[in-house]
Design a protein around this ligand. Structure first.
Ligand SMILES: *[C@@H]1O[C@H](CO)[C@@H](O)[C@H](O)[C@H]1NC(C)=O
Ligand SMILES: *[C@@H]1O[C@H](CO)[C@@H](O)[C@H](O)[C@H]1NC(C)=O
Ligand SMILES: *[C@@H]1O[C@H](CO)[C@@H](O)[C@H](O)[C@H]1NC(C)=O
Ligand SMILES: *[C@@H]1O[C@H](CO)[C@@H](O)[C@H](O)[C@H]1NC(C)=O
Ligand SMILES: *[C@@H]1O[C@H](CO)[C@@H](O)[C@H](O)[C@H]1NC(C)=O
Ligand SMILES: *[C@@H]1O[C@H](CO)[C@@H](O)[C@H](O)[C@H]1NC(C)=O
Ligand SMILES: *[C@@H]1O[C@H](CO)[C@@H](O)[C@H](O)[C@H]1NC(C)=O
Ligand SMILES: *[C@@H]1O[C@H](CO)[C@@H](O)[C@H](O)[C@H]1NC(C)=O
Ligand SMILES: *[C@@H]1O[C@H](CO)[C@@H](O)[C@H](O)[C@H]1NC(C)=O
Ligand SMILES: *[C@@H]1O[C@H](CO)[C@@H](O)[C@H](O)[C@H]1NC(C)=O
Ligand SMILES: *[C@@H]1O[C@H](CO)[C@@H](O)[C@H](O)[C@H]1NC(C)=O
Ligand SMILES: *[C@@H]1O[C@H](CO)[C@@H](O)[C@H](O)[C@H]1NC(C)=O
Length: 553
């Protein structure tokens, strides 16, 4: 190396060192810091022109199009294709936490609660070390039921990140200055919309569709035999419609999904019955002291969990006093900006301990809002429970829950004999449904402590309610079993044991007699009193395992 090159190297390292040692320069914020910014594509008044650009069906000459055998990897593959969810899940960039060393391989995105991208769980973590989602030897799959969540989205309307941006914008009016780690805030603007799926989110639902075609495509032969097309359901919110479409696009192909599946869009709006949006017809779910006791206890936990980080960040800003609400908002901005923009400068601000506390914040929130600690979770999940039971038994469901009987009493909108069902919904409803199904292995242990994570309960929100989370039911024909018709439940690739269901054996593959499970779930449904839990005047508090049902005083 030439002396000049060495000198240059030294200069560069000195620069790198001084940058690492947090520059003391204080920067006055740009006047538009914290302001909301947005683009709109496509331009208004534009449309594709299919006479100038004719479609494949008009152009012709498609070349040979022989179809192969439908894939059935769940039945035929030598191993199960787990989604390992590596750090830096393509195409997102996740930094290592603040203060971690170069060898760290902590995946921050696995600690984002309902804002985590889904990744495969293992059956062993729920007590079935020998199980995986591959169809057990000696069994054939006859029917599949899938309940899945939309992929990554923008924040919901008026959520904490937007409020934080407004706080920054307000501060610019009275003098807002930043330095060191927070220098980026000086000209940071709020670039997120609301509610919509992000490009990465679309890919999650598309890939889920690809995976399920690969695993279970063979079940389409039942439709071919019957001469019918599947009905897949979703809700009317834009992201829910796009979720079902992207799933279908992955499952059937683009543009085949336009002709090969009926997508049923059920209205989600206040006072309208919809199993996918039960909170619209369950008043207690919207009463803070009953339906969102988890949010309250999570906020209390957060109030003590981020003090050290706030103390580190506060001296690097003037014009804003950070609160624990801001800490959560900035952690959420880390999650949301990563999903929407590909990376986020906010992520670098937080330590590994912060991300663990952020995860626990969501554990508390979901366990007590939509899990066993909630008095209205099972009632809200009853709609899907009853719809599953209807499909299991071939009988239209009773209208004792949020489901919409107008649709659920006709084979057009509620077919009872499909080999594949796929319903899209929200994470809160997935969790409500798992609670209604009494899948207690997901919540094994004492109720979560508001004081901090004691690690005594199997429930982790990042694992159960992430983006594109999915609950899969396999119905199997197993000549080696008695009776031969068997069923089992899978959450994000982990087989969930049901040996606590009365009459179900300890089975290493998580199997139980179909008829027995139907009868257990019918009993479960009848013990869930939708009207009482959703409408009655009762008192609930965090700290209890209610099994998702309102206490009777
Ligand atoms: C498409 O292009 C043709 C030819 O320029 C034009 O006549 C027609 O109006 C266009 N249609 C649309 C929908 O823009
Ligand atoms: C920002 O300032 C406006 C006007 O004073 C106020 O109404 C609003 O509550 C402030 N927002 C935040 C998040 O501080
Ligand atoms: C913000 O400021 C930095 C440093 O002055 C600059 O490099 C960057 O381009 C600015 N970003 C925006 C969005 O203005
Ligand atoms: C939808 O809900 C809103 C309230 O959130 C209500 O104002 C409106 O009337 C409802 N629309 C229908 C068609 O039910
Ligand atoms: C069922 O759904 C339809 C269409 O969304 C809606 O008009 C109707 O009000 C719903 N039924 C009930 C009982 O909410
Ligand atoms: C953390 O800070 C909050 C707000 O200042 C305070 O109420 C709380 O007692 C602190 N908690 C701990 C554990 O220091
Ligand atoms: C921040 O807190 C200090 C001390 O309580 C107070 O003097 C100051 O006015 C606060 N600043 C803002 C922007 O709220
Ligand atoms: C609508 O839901 C209510 C519960 O909120 C239920 O009592 C009613 O029977 C349902 N109606 C229909 C038509 O599904
Ligand atoms: C289905 O439900 C609707 C609305 O509740 C009702 O009008 C209709 O008669 C029912 N149809 C059947 C076949 O029961
Ligand atoms: C689908 O077809 C297979 C093979 O004929 C059969 O075993 C299975 O029961 C069918 N599934 C349904 C839901 O009818
Ligand atoms: C729910 O699961 C618990 C064990 O976790 C069991 O004791 C109870 O009987 C189950 N409830 C029903 C209705 O099956
Ligand atoms: C609910 O019950 C509480 C305690 O019994 C009572 O104070 C309150 O008035 C009741 N609320 C309603 C709406 O009936």
């Amino acid at each position: 190396m030439s002396p000049a090159a060495v000198a240059r190297l030294v200069a560069v390292s000195a620069l790198a060192l001084s940058a690492a040692a947090a520059p003391t320069t204080t920067i006055s914020a740009a006047p538009d810091a914290g302001s909301e910014t947005a683009d709109a594509f496509p331009p208004t008044g534009t449309a594709v022109n299919s006479s100038l650009f004719p479609p494949e069906s008009e152009v012709g000459f498609p070349g040979p199009t022989p179809t192969g055998l439908e894939p059935a990897a769940a039945q035929t593959a030598p191993a199960y294709p787990y989604n390992e969810g590596d750090a830096n899940q393509f195409p997102l960039i996740n930094p290592q936490p603040h203060g971690s060393d170069a060898e760290s391989n902590f995946d921050i995105s696995k600690y984002w609660g309902n804002l985590s991208p889904w990744y495969s769980l293992r059956s062993a973590d729920y007590g079935l070390p020998d199980a995986d989602p591959l169809i057990p030897h000696g069994c054939d799959i006859t029917q599949l039921h899938l309940l899945y969540r939309h992929g990554a989205r923008y924040p919901t309307s008026d959520a904490a990140p937007q409020t934080f941006a407004q706080k920054v914008a307000n501060a610019t009016e009275t003098g807002f200055a930043v330095s060191g780690e927070l220098a980026f805030l000086g000209n940071w603007t709020y670039k997120l919309g609301a509610e919509l799926l992000t490009p990465f989110g679309r890919s999650q639902n598309f890939l889920l569709g690809v995976a399920y075609r690969q695993l279970y495509g063979q079940l389409l032969n039942n439709f071919t035999e019957a001469g019918t097309l599947p009905v897949f359901r979703t809700q009317s919110q834009d992201r829910m419609v796009k979720t079902a479409e992207n799933f279908a696009a992955g499952f059937f192909g683009v543009p085949e999904y336009l002709d090969q599946v009926n997508i049923e869009i059920l209205v989600e709006n206040s006072t309208v019955n919809n199993s996918g949006a039960p909170y619209e017809v369950c008043p207690n779910s919207n009463i803070k002291a009953r339906g969102s006791i988890g949010s309250t206890v999570a906020a209390q936990f957060a109030n003590n969990a981020f003090n050290a980080t706030i103390a580190r960040l506060q001296p690097q800003v003037s014009g804003i006093n950070f609160t624990s609400t801001d800490a959560i908002a900035m952690l959420q901005l880390c999650s949301y900006e990563t999903h929407a923009l590909g990376y986020s400068a906010f992520c670098d601000l937080f330590s590994q301990e912060d991300f663990l506390n952020y995860e626990y914040y969501y554990d508390l929130s979901f366990y007590y809002n939509n899990g066993p600690g909630s008095p209205v979770a099972a009632a809200q999940g009853k709609g899907f429970l009853d719809e599953f039971l209807a499909r299991f038994t071939g009988k239209y469901p009773q209208a004792n829950s949020a489901l919409n009987e107008t649709f659920d009493n006709t084979s057009t909108y509620f077919p009872l004999n499909q080999s594949i069902y796929a319903d899209a919904t929200h994470e809160v409803v997935v969790l409500d449904t798992l609670t209604a199904f009494n899948l207690t292995a997901l919540f094994d242990g004492p109720p979560l402590s508001a004081k901090g994570n004691r690690g005594q309960n199997s429930f982790v929100a990042s694992k159960i309610v992430p983006f594109a989370t999915h609950f899969t039911t396999q119905i199997l024909s197993c000549p080696a079993y008695q009776p031969t018709k068997q069923i089992r439940f899978i959450v994000n690739d982990a087989v969930i044991p049901i040996s606590h269901y009365p009459g179900c054996p300890e089975d290493p593959n998580g199997l139980c007699s179909f008829d027995n499970v139907v009868s257990v779930l019918q009993n479960r449904s009848s013990e869930i009193d939708f009207n009482y839990d959703c409408f009655a005047n009762y008192t609930a508090a965090p700290g209890m395992d209610y099994n998702g049902r309102a206490p009777r005083s």
